[in-house]
Write a protein that binds this ligand. Structure first.
Ligand code: AKG
Length: 277
């Protein structure tokens, strides 16, 4: 599952890269299901544009209500000046979130197997619980940037921070917006926290440590089937995708059942998925 070298790398660098973790058939099933969810999605029934830098009030509501649902979010650049879709719907969606693992059978099969349980346990989660899932499209030409962040900003749990699992569903390269990480950056402080108060959220600065510059960041160019495991405090980022090919990925965020889930989290009543259970 995880070699001793990979485990030590996770501890020292804050991330581990495991090529060939998921077989091609599981990846194909997930991508096919995601496209079917997009085909079924009727934007007239409500929709939000997803941005990691700014959320309009209607998009904020769409987002805040999505913790226990399966909802589609548009790319910021999917619309023209008149507000009409500038690209076909399948090429306009930024992501689907945030309870795919609990509500959709195809996603549940991918997310809650013994492989995920064993990996999470090997990385220190005694009682792994999947709390959030996202299918990320990183669309050709308009795939939005995901600014530098630490996952613990958005999903606070004490004393064991959340674990992020990022599955490459297509080859991820610099050109199509692969991930960038700051090796060892998980030893730094939590810089921000994303606090929910009622139906509003705000980003609170906790620490002035700057985000990594070009000299501190490493690109993770990985092939489809790879999983990247992140420590909750590891700074990571992905650039916009200006290439002609998409960069589909799927992420799970897991908490340890021993941890206390912060009441400040935007995700109030997550559907617990118990991998391997
Ligand atoms: O897939 C990406 O571009 C970024 C995903 C990410 O940062 C996350 O899931 O925390």
């Amino acid at each position: 599952m995880l070699t001793e070298t990979q485990r030590v790398e996770f501890e020292t660098r804050g991330y581990a890269v495991l090529p060939g973790f998921k077989p091609a058939a599981e990846i194909a099933a997930l991508r096919e299901r995601a496209l079917a969810l997009v085909d079924d999605f009727d934007p007239a029934k409500g929709a939000g544009i997803f941005s990691t830098t700014d959320l309009a009030p209607s998009a904020e509501r769409w987002f805040l209500e999505s913790g226990d649902k399966v909802r589609c979010f548009f790319e910021e650049e999917a619309f023209d000046a008149e507000g009409a879709l500038a690209v076909p719907k399948r090429l306009a969606i930024n992501k689907i979130g945030h309870a795919l693992h609990a509500l959709d059978p195809v996603f549940a099969r991918f997310s809650l197997g013994a492989d995920i349980a064993a990996l999470a346990q090997a990385l220190g989660l005694e009682r792994p619980r999947v709390r959030q899932s996202m299918f990320i499209f990183k669309q050709p030409a308009i795939g939005g940037e995901v600014r530098w962040h630490q996952d613990a900003t958005y999903l606070m749990a004490e004393p064991h921070p959340v674990l992020g699992l990022w599955f490459a569903l297509e080859d991820a390269r610099i050109d199509n917006g692969c991930l960038w990480v700051q090796p060892g950056g998980h030893r730094g402080p939590l810089r921000e926290r994303f606090v929910r108060e009622g139906d509003r959220v705000r980003l609170e600065r906790l620490d002035d440590t700057p985000w990594p510059g070009p000299g501190d960041a490493v690109s993770l160019e990985v092939d489809a089937g790879t999983v990247v495991a992140f420590h909750g405090l590891l700074p990571h980022y992905s650039a916009p995708n200006r290439s002609a090919v998409s960069r589909h990925a799927y992420t799970l965020h897991l908490a340890d059942g021993r941890s206390v889930w912060s009441p400040l989290n935007w995700l109030r009543r997550p559907h617990d998925g118990v991998p391997g259970g």
